[in-house]
Design a protein around this ligand. Structure first.
Ligand code: ADE
Length: 239
């Protein structure tokens, strides 16, 4: 998979993609990640990337020209209908569809080339959204200063789902949300730490019992903390 990130703050990404699973996936050529400065695509002599909003108001709006030029360079066209198969152009804004594990899985399964456009300021000229963007995406109902932290979250979430990105094939399957539930609690040595003991069932080596315990704990935790994740038999959320 190839991931390109478009931002006016490329330094923001220094080092974040150079650790742990993402670093390993890059070294194993499972993913290639490139960060691009939108300013490099500005053509006017001041390298302007933003301008005042038509109609007035506070803040600045990211201009369309450099973003169109960047997409033409990275994807080969600014005609969304002519994008090569498996191309997704994602605009990160609080207005977007909420990113979830299932969306990450869909991207990991289907996308070959993802371009992430990090929104900034008051917004991005709507013609970018209307013409270039295949997925407007939010990571949650709160406002960040820009799309950069959201791009990091989404890249991390997708890369760990790519085949062979994790050491063991089963690790991602056991992640929280992969079965629609929060994760169960985990313990390591020592079995008794300051009088706080590890549940007996985890120590007895009975794998069927351990799986049952893990599932019941995941269910209990999800019911307590995120009841909205549990679907009742009518297909309705419990909340
Ligand atoms: N930019 C600002 N807030 C955001 C959010 N919640 N998700 C994605 N991009 C954003």
């Amino acid at each position: 998979m190839k991931i390109d990130v478009l931002t006016i703050f490329p330094e923001f990404f220094d080092a974040v993609f150079d650790f742990g699973i993402i670093r390993r996936a890059k070294l194993a050529e499972i993913v290639e990640i490139n960060v691009h400065d939108i300013r490099e695509y500005a053509t006017d002599k001041h390298k302007m990337v933003d301008d005042r909003p038509f109609g007035g108001g506070d803040g600045m709006v990211l201009k369309p020209e450099p973003i169109f030029a960047a997409i033409e360079n990275l994807v080969g066209t600014s005609d969304r209908d002519a994008y090569p198969d498996g191309t997704r152009v994602v605009l990160l804004t609080p207005q977007g569809r909420q990113f979830k594990q299932a969306v990450g899985q869909e991207f990991a399964d289907e996308a070959k080339h993802i371009v992430m456009i990090c929104g900034r300021y008051e917004g991005v000229d709507e013609r970018v959204n209307d013409t270039l963007v295949t997925d407007e995406m939010s990571i949650g109902d709160y406002v960040l200063s820009g799309g950069e932290p959201a791009a990091i979250v989404i890249v991390d979430s997708i890369v760990r789902l790519l085949p062979n990105a994790l050491g063991s094939d089963t690790s991602a399957e056991n992640d929280s949300f992969s079965d629609g539930l929060l994760d169960c609690p985990h313990y390591t040595r020592p079995a008794d730490f300051r009088g706080m003991t590890v549940p007996e069932v985890l120590l007895n080596g009975n794998h069927a019992e351990i799986e049952k315990w893990r599932f019941s704990k995941a269910l209990e935790k999800t019911r307590a903390i995120r009841p909205d994740l549990i679907i009742d038999t009518n297909g309705e959320s419990e909340r």
